[in-house]
Design a protein around this ligand. Sequence first.
Ligand SMILES: [Zn+2]
Length: 291
Amino acid sequence: MPNVPMKEMLQDAAARGYAVPCFNAINLDMIRGIIQAAEEENSPVILCHAEIHFKYTPLEQIAPIMVAAMNNAKVPVSILLDHGKSFSATMKAMKLGFNAVMFDGSEYNYEDNVQRTAEVVKIAREFDVSVEGELGYVTRPVSGGAEGADDDSIIDDTSYYTDPEQAGEFVERTGVDALAVAFGTVHGVYLKKPNLDIHRLGQIRDNVAVPLVMHGGSGLSEVDFSDSIHQGIAKINYYTNMALKVSDKLREQLIEKQEHVFYHDIMMSTIHEFSEDARQVMRMFGSHQKA
Ligand SMILES: [Zn+2]
């Protein structure tokens, strides 16, 4: 499949009312399972690797595998650096063939976030790389297992949510192609029932000229997803649920087997389980039959 810029993928999703699923894929088995699902469901898909996951798989090792997966797939695939926190990681990802990068400057103050994101966009333009920025802050409560260090008490703190007016200005000043917004989702496992600020999301959409991105897509209801998609979400990042569900399935299978267990059998089960979960997600986000 020819390289499809993430920017175009998300514009199509916004225009046709679905969201492209973006999966963190930290090894070959996950990549194979997700691509298999995308081909079976005829869905566009984004494979991503987060800077926080470099400790599991270095970027240099996974990048060529992701590039090959993108080039050989029968459906549109984009590969994205997820939550690039450092300038160096975003530059490395572009050099290694990623056609999209997320620069996450959400931990900086507004002005610094604008400056740093704009700098990444300026360079990315030269290489036809799409850029996602983040304004507001999607939290990572530590007891939700999201590899973050946020205190659980900040989950409902709306001061971290994206300000609709500022969002419009941020997109104009930085030139990002997509914007990750905070309106009540969290990274990791939800510690209590999520209460999304859909009204705010609609206000952001009215102020922003680019597709919006939801992070923390694990554990929301189908209604939450469809409401969010209606209000401008065109890309949904999804990982936690899949990582837990697949491990649970593998545990069951290993306990059931009384005989020797060969690693290649676990590997094939892993690919199958990731694929099954990814297929469900594609149907839920409405991206199936949209490739
Ligand atoms: Zn995220």
